[in-house]
Design a protein around this ligand. Sequence first.
Ligand SMILES: Cc1cn([C@H]2C[C@H](O)[C@@H](COP(=O)(O)OP(=O)(O)OP(=O)(O)O)O2)c(=O)[nH]c1=O
Length: 211
Amino acid sequence: MPSSRTEQPRLVLASASPRRLALLNQIGVTPARLVPADMDETPEKNELPRSLAKRLARNKAEISHRAVEQDPELKGAFVLAADTVVAVGRRILPKPELSDEGATCLRLLSGRAHRVFTAVCLITPAGKCRQKLVETRVRFKRLSRDEIESYLASGEWEGKAGGYAIQGRAGAFVTRLVGSYTNVVGLPLFETVTLLEGNRFPVSHGWGEGL
Ligand SMILES: Cc1cn([C@H]2C[C@H](O)[C@@H](COP(=O)(O)OP(=O)(O)OP(=O)(O)O)O2)c(=O)[nH]c1=O
């Protein structure tokens, strides 16, 4: 319950991703709590990449919101969730855990353009669900067998959508990017701020005290 007129409303981040937390912190937003949603992220039959991202972001937000509403300390907080999907055409790439799967992703991405979709879902204190879907086009250089091998040895791909992390070594594979860079990392900052501010969660309010 806000006690003074300068008090910021509370935000719960429905994510276990350290990248999402770091991106939120980058814009001066500190979640009151992390309440990740544990759920099956398997695509449905014939599900399109953008539909999958939207469905999963919404489900994550709703699961987390239910837990938040049960918690007297958090009840009434905003809940923010996101889901990132990498696709080549209609083909959805996995979040590989095994190096074979990681190699398949990299061979598929090599020398080609692909799309990264991140859906962001915000549940307001009034229980309204607001979503945005952001698309970024990324092109990779042609990857040699050695480059694929040494990237796999780095382990940076594990559990990342499409089997790479643009914020790490794979940044050097990118020959072209159209759209939001932070969208690829997992949380499109421009659109997230627009979503938050459009729903009465001020973000840039206290920026005078920043860097
Ligand atoms: C393409 C790409 C993805 N990723 C990451 C972002 C996400 O963490 C992950 C995509 O999986 P997600 O299912 O979106 O997120 P997650 O399971 O890691 O976290 P949570 O559901 O708890 O929020 O891949 C990068 O870090 N860099 C990249 O370049």
